[in-house]
Each structure stands twice: as structure tokens, then as C-alpha cells.
Design a protein around this ligand. Structure first.
Ligand code: FMN
Length: 325
């Protein structure tokens, strides 16, 4: 389909990095739905440099059947390169490195990292260059339109990172100030692919097959990145692929959604231990039941009462009984 450096990406639907969500278990689960690649949650360069235990846990994972990128965030080329060297030593299962140049969260931007990097296009290029010295693996970036309320900086940033040898650009066409709300500005990145000579992936409000097709058509992108729209809806990925492969689209039923929900819950428990996993799962499990009849109470219970796997199965069983009446 397309390549990141010398890595072949076999599907043009890829899994977005999402802090607090795309942990190893989540990536493992979604790797079974024909995603082209997956990316870790964002990982702090300084956390790695200081040897923070939790930060190190983000970069320790097994090999999947699809390529995995580690997403790093930081504000200096030197430290991001040091962090890359640490990753290189710690985990041979890392296939490529991605740099977060889009995070709008104040805790990150006030340090000059995330979307703040876009205020300094030259630094964006220097970061890619420095990481490329630290590793022979491909280096990608994930950007927005610009920092703060700027919607134009992406042009200069793209020039700089391409000159530095970036292997893929992923763009989420909102400004940092817009966070995750409103519509992405597809019109501002119309035909973007025509002006760049590296693979382009686009992200932003991909909830349906039509959203994906529109984003790809307007931009000419090589791939589309699914984020919130695929949480609880893995068949979104299958269906975008099916659309391009001219196969029938699939509709999920309740039993399938329950199966998916239990499977991801089990994987999370293996990764994090039952108590922590089920607390994290409160914000994810509900999404498997969006649009199902009388699911309001089920979702409320999942988001407040989930402490163990048996809570998960019990709450779902009680819902099944209720709707069977
Ligand atoms: C909870 C959450 C966490 C996110 N964490 C990251 C992150 O760690 N790194 C990153 O580059 N983008 C992150 N994003 C942005 C997504 O990757 C994606 O670009 C964005 O949500 C737009 O896609 P969507 O509108 O389809 O959700 C996050 C988004 C959400 C909702």
C-alpha cells in the first residue's frame, strides 16, 4: 500500500496514538483488524532519560503482526535523540519513531513540546535530523495545522521535516486551540499530498467509512488514521478496508460487540492487572454499546461500577436479560 522508510504498510487504515488508551493491550486487540500500523501512547523523552518506571513501561512491548511506532514527546532535539537511543537499547520490537508535534494539552505545550514545537519549524527539522542520527529506523511526525490558533504553520513545518528526511507525515487539520472540537479543516489541506514526496496520513473525526473516504479524497493522502471513532468500533477499520477492497461492509451485532468488549478487557487485565485495567476500561468499555437499545444504564454502570472482570461480565449479563424482556 505505502512504505515508511523500508517498512511496507499493508493497509491504509492506521491506529492513532491516544494517551491513556492505546496501551499495549489496545494495540494488540486492534492489530487483529487489519490496521496498517499502530503507535504507542506518547512517551516523555525526559521520563526515559530519568529512568522513570512508568515511562519505561510504555516502550516495553512484544512484537505484533503489524509495525509499531513509539511516539516521543519533548522540546529539544538533543533529548529526543537521547530518548531514542534508550529505546533502541531497550526494545528491538520498535519498528519506527514518531514525534508528537500536535499535543494541545497545556501541561505539554507549556514546556515547549507537543504542538508548541510548530512555533519553531526549524526546531522540528532539527528534531527529525537528530533522531535520524540516533537510529536507522524510520522517523515520522504527527502535526496539527499549527500551535495556538495558528492554521498556517504546517506548511513551513512540513518543508523543514521533509528537508530533514522524515519518512511519513501524519496531520490532524485542527489548530492546537481547537483541541478535538468542531470540524477538522480539510479545505486547508486540500491536495496536500501533491506537494510532498513522503507518505501522508490524515486524522480527524473519522467515525464512518464516508468520513475516511472524504478525508483521503480531499487531501490525496496515502492513509487515514482512526482515533476516537474506532474506540468500541473496531469494525470501522474492517469496513474502511472493505470499502477500498470492494468487499461488503459488515454490521456489528450485540453478541459481537460483547465478544470484543470482553476480549479487550481480558487483554487489558493481562497487561495492567485486574484493578487498574478495569478502572482504565471504565472510559472505553461503554463505547462498545453506543447505539444499542436501552444502553444508557449499562454504560452508566460500566463507567462507575467496573472494578473487576466479574463486574464486567455481570453488568453485561444483566443488560442482556433486561433487553430480552
Ligand atoms: C484521549 C485522546 C488522547 C490522545 N493522545 C494523543 C497522543 O498521545 N499523541 C498524539 O499524537 N495524538 C493524540 N491524540 C490525537 C489523536 O491521535 C487524533 O489525531 C485526534 O483525536 C483526531 O482524531 P479523531 O477526531 O478521529 O479522534 C489523542 C486524542 C484523544 C481523544
Amino acid at each position: 500500500m505505502f512504505k515508511i522508510g523500508n517498512i511496507e504498510i499493508k493497509s491504509n487504515v492506521v491506529l492513532a496514538p491516544m494517551a491513556g488508551i492505546t496501551s499495549e493491550a489496545y494495540r494488540h486487540f486492534y492489530a487483529n483488524f487489519n490496521v496498517g500500523y499502530v503507535v504507542t501512547e506518547m512517551v516523555s523523552d525526559m521520563g526515559l532519560i530519568y529512568g522513570n518506571k512508568e515511562t519505561k513501561s510504555y516502550i516495553s512491548f512484544d512484537r505484533l503482526n503489524v509495525p509499531t511506532g513509539v511516539q516521543l514527546f519533548g522540546n529539544s532535539a538533543e533529548n529526543l535523540a537521547k530518548a531514542t537511543l534508550i529505546c533502541e537499547k531497550m526494545n528491538p520490537n520498535i519498528d519506527f519513531y514518531d514525534v508528537n508535534m500536535g499535543c494541545p494539552v497545556p501541561k505539554v505545550t507549556k514546556t515547549g513540546a507537543g504542538s508548541s514545537l510548530m512555533n519553531n519549524p526549524k526546531l522540528c527539522g532539527d528534531i527529525v535530523r537528530a533522531i535520524k542520527v540516533a537510529t536507522h529506523k524510520p522517523v515520522t511526525v504527527k502535526i496539527r495545522l499549527g500551535a495556538n490558533n495558528n492554521k498556517d504553520q504546517f506548511k513551513e513545518v512540513i518543508k523543514e521535516v521533509i528537508a530533514a528526511g522524515v519518512d511519513l507525515i501524519a496531520i490532524h487539520p485542527r489548530s492546537a486551540k481547537e483541541m478535538y472540537g468542531g470540524q477538522p479543516h480539510w479545505e486547508l489541506v486540500k491536495d496536500l499530498k501533491k506537494s510532498i514526496n513522503v507518505p501522508l496520513v490524515v486524522s480527524g473525526n473519522i467515525y464512518t467509512v464516508e468520513d475516511a473516504v472524504k478525508a483521503m479524497e480531499i487531501t490525496g493522502a496515502d492513509g487515514v488514521m482512526v482515533a476516537r471513532g474506532a474506540v468500541g468500533n473496531p469494525l470501522l477499520i474492517t469496513n474502511i478496508n472493505n470499502h477500498y477492497d470492494k468487499k461488503e461492509l459488515l454490521l456489528s451485532d450485540l453478541d459481537t460487540q460483547i465478544r470484543y468488549c470482553l476480549e479487550l478487557g481480558r487483554l487489558l487485565i493481562e497487561e495492567k492487572g485486574e484493578n487498574l485495567a478495569m478502572r482504565v476500561y471504565r472510559g472505553i468499555a461503554t463505547k462498545f454499546f453506543d447505539g444499542f437499545p436501552k444502553s444508557k444504564q449499562l454504560k452508566c454502570r460500566l463507567s462507575t461500577e467496573l472494578n473487576s472482570y466479574s463486574d464486567l461480565t455481570k453488568i453485561i449479563e444483566e443488560y442482556k436479560k433486561e433487553i430480552a424482556i
